[in-house]
Design a protein around this ligand. Structure first.
Ligand code: URA
Length: 279
C-alpha cells in the first residue's frame, strides 16, 4: 500500500511542478491518498529553498524508499490591499503565499519605476533573469522593452513625470519553465497589479501581450485587439505585442521588422494621446 501511495505522490509532485493540478484518481486511490494527506506534516517555510523543475525525480522502484509526503502548498489568501501604500503593498507581495508559485520563486518581482509616472507598462510575469535578480524586465525581453521606451522619449530610470515610466507584471512570481500562468495563479495575483494601478493613477496603460490583456481586461485575441484603444476603470489602455513575441522573429528579418512596425504603430498612438506633462 505504501508503494502505491509513493507512486501517486510522485506523479502528483511531477504534475505540480509542471503546473498541472489535476490527477484523475480511482475511488480507492483517492481514499488512500486522503489518509496520507490528512497526516500531520511540518509547516512549509517561507524561506524554503526554491524547488527546481529541472531536478530529476527519484526513480520509482518497489524497493525505493518512499518519497517524503506530498506537501500540498499551504496557501494563504491575500490580505485586504485597498488601504496599502506602495511600500506596504510591496511587502505584501514579498510575503505572498496566495498560490503555489511562492514555493518555486527565487524572488518576488514587484515592478518598478517612477511612482508618479503618467505611463504604465504591464507585462505577463517574471522570467528566469527577473526571478534571479528580483527586478522587472531585465532579461532579453527587458532590453527590447527598454529600447521601445527610449524610442518613445521615456526612460525607465528617470524619476520625473516628463520621462519616468512604471513597469509591472500581472504575475509577481515566475512560473516554472516560463510556462503560461494558470488561471488560479493569475487570479490570485491580480489584486496586486490592480492596487498598483490605483496608486499610480497613470494617464495611459500599455498592455504587453495576450496574458496581460486576458487578465486585466478579460479579453482574448491580442493579434486582433492590438492597436485599438480599450479602457480599464476609465484609464485608456493600448494593447500591443509582448517584446518576447518580437524576439521570436529575430532571425527572420522581414517578419521581425514587420512585427516591430506594428508595435511601433501602437506606441505612436500612445505618444499622440499623452498630453505634454502639466497640460
Ligand atoms: N516578461 C514579462 O512579461 N515580464 C518580465 O518582467 C519579464 C519578461
Amino acid at each position: 500500500m505504501s508503494d502505491l501511495i509513493s507512486q501517486l505522490q510522485h506523479i502528483l509532485r511531477r504534475k505540480c511542478l509542471l503546473g498541472q493540478s489535476r490527477l484523475p484518481l480511482s475511488e480507492q486511490n483517492r481514499a488512500l491518498l486522503q489518509v496520507r494527506l490528512l497526516e500531520p506534516r511540518p509547516q512549509a517555510k517561507e524561506s524554503a529553498p526554491p524547488q527546481t523543475a529541472r531536478t530529476a525525480p527519484p526513480a520509482l522502484s518497489a524497493s525505493a524508499p518512499a518519497p517524503a509526503p506530498v506537501a500540498a502548498p499551504a496557501l494563504r489568501p491575500l490580505p485586504p490591499l485597498q488601504q496599502l501604500g506602495w511600500d506596504e503593498l510591496e511587502q505584501a507581495m514579498r510575503t505572498c503565499q496566495a498560490c503555489a508559485l511562492y514555493q518555486t520563486r527565487q524572488h518576488v518581482v514587484c515592478g518598478g519605476g517612477f511612482r508618479q509616472s503618467r505611463l504604465m507598462f504591464i507585462g505577463e510575469g517574471p522570467g528566469a533573469e527577473e526571478d534571479r535578480q528580483g527586478r522587472v524586465f531585465v532579461g532579453r525581453a527587458g532590453e527590447m522593452l527598454n529600447n521601445m521606451i527610449k524610442a518613445m522619449g521615456f526612460d525607465r530610470e528617470a524619476q520625473n513625470p516628463e520621462h519616468g515610466v512604471y513597469i509591472a507584471n500581472i504575475l509577481k512570481c515566475r512560473p516554472p519553465q516560463n510556462r503560461n500562468p494558470l488561471e488560479g495563479e493569475a487570479q490570485a495575483c491580480l489584486p496586486f497589479v490592480q492596487r498598483q494601478i490605483e496608486l499610480l493613477q497613470p494617464e495611459l496603460i500599455v498592455l504587453l501581450g495576450g496574458v496581460a490583456l486576458k487578465y486585466l481586461l478579460g479579453l482574448t485575441g491580442i493579434t486582433k485587439l492590438r492597436g485599438n484603444w480599450l479602457e480599464y476603470r476609465g484609464i485608456p489602455v493600448m494593447p500591443t505585442f509582448h517584446p518576447a513575441y518580437l524576439l521570436r522573429f529575430e532571425r527572420q528579418k522581414n517578419l521581425f521588422v514587420n512585427e516591430k512596425r506594428k508595435v511601433w504603430h501602437d506606441l505612436q498612438l500612445v505618444m499622440q494621446r499623452l498630453a505634454p506633462p502639466g497640460a
